[in-house]
Ligand binder design. Structure first.
Ligand code: GTQ
Length: 349
């Protein structure tokens, strides 16, 4: 067909809800991920300053949740840190309560600062200490509070699947008339935490509310002392849903890694754009020709399929990370690739 005829054809169908695939195929069905969400770092010291100012200009009653969204500059206006996931820094001041609600979006919280807050998830009241991970499965009631004689400002990272739920247009929200839900522990979370399954009921979602940091890190250190690390991801363990043995949530996966001192022994990439939060140690991550220096509580996002490597300063580093690997795996999409250096360095060298 002549270009003329083709152009006239395209114009003739425009506006009818019909679009020629041949104009778009290359954008739609790519040979590899486009990596639209760029790498970026939020430095905790700077973000914290803005968050503390929010503590002075807005109350938690007014805000519902006093949160600064970590919006990826490559995804403006989307409230997303990756295409599928959300991140925010939440501040709860002494005496405050973030009121009870439930929504179809699920959440992970990583406590960054302050020891005096708690979260009540479906009646199960859990203390939140620095480094702990607290889970809010879909449609579970949750409120957060900060009380006691030693109450101090508390900051945590909220990781939610908000963009995923928006994509499916499946958002529901309900508020509880009272700010706090009654604490009605049924003891099941404690059984799961002890490696036991209550035999009277099958949970609908992850039944374990909290993953305490101190115990988790101790186990990971014991593992690290006795095995070789992955060339880039170090000694790594996944937070799991004990009822399924699978990812902590159906939409999100979360990991804790110890990275050995010095440079990675290669590069790694995967289709799940990943959010890293160093908890101990410092170093740099090189991704897409950019080298990003990080310290504890900074937040680093790595795009899908971009090869990256780390270089850890003196000692080792401990890094929390989360991504949509759970969802991609369930959909049959997830891929990873490790390019180990030809001559792997000696352990500890
Ligand atoms: O704590 O329930 O950062 O509902 C965004 C939405 C936190 C929460 C966020 C939420 C919450």
């Amino acid at each position: 067909m002549s270009d003329d005829r083709l152009e006239r054809y395209s114009k003739s169908i425009a506006g009818d809800g019909l679009v020629p695939l041949w104009d778009r195929f290359g954008d739609l069905v790519r040979p590899r991920p486009a990596g639209q969400a760029g790498a970026h770092i939020w430095r905790y010291a700077e973000a914290r300053e803005s968050l503390m100012l929010a503590g002075e200009v807005i109350s938690v009653e007014q805000a519902e949740r006093r949160v600064l969204i970590l919006e990826n500059p490559a995804l403006p206006g989307t409230s997303s840190i990756t295409r599928s996931l959300y991140a925010g820094l939440q501040l709860l001041r002494p005496g405050e309560v973030a009121p009870a609600h439930r929504h179809t979006q699920s959440a992970l919280r990583l406590i960054l600062e302050g020891e005096s807050s708690y979260s009540t998830v479906n009646g199960d009241k859990t203390a939140m200490g620095v480094g702990d991970v607290v889970v809010t499965p879909p449609w579970s009631w949750h409120d957060h509070g900060n009380d006691g004689d030693a109450a101090e400002d508390t900051v945590w990272l909220d990781a939610l699947d908000i963009p995923t739920v928006s994509f499916y247009d499946a958002s529901f929200l309900e508020n509880l008339p009272a700010a706090s839900q009654p604490s009605e522990p049924d003891g099941r979370a404690g059984l799961w935490a002890a490696g036991l399954r209550p035999t009277d009921r099958r949970p609908e979602a992850n039944p374990l509310t909290a993953y305490p940091y101190v115990e988790t890190l101790k186990r990971l250190e014991q593992f690290a002392a006795q095995t070789d690390p992955h060339p880039v991801r170090g000694w790594e363990a996944e937070y799991i849903d004990p009822a399924t043995g699978g990812p902590i949530l159906t939409t999100m996966s979360a990991f804790l890694s110890i990275l050995p001192e010095g440079p990675s022994a290669g590069t790694y990439r995967s289709t799940d754009a990943t959010v890293l939060v160093p908890l101990e140690g410092s170093g740099t991550t090189t991704v897409g020709g950019q080298t990003i220096g990080w310290k504890p509580r900074d937040v680093v996002v790595i795009p899908s399929w971009a090869p990256y490597s780390h270089d850890v300063d003196d000692g080792s580093a401990v890094v929390f990370s989360y991504s949509d690997r759970a969802a991609q795996t369930a959909l049959g999409l997830w891929r990873e690739e490790t390019e180990a250096d030809a001559a792997p360095r000696n352990r500890g060298a």
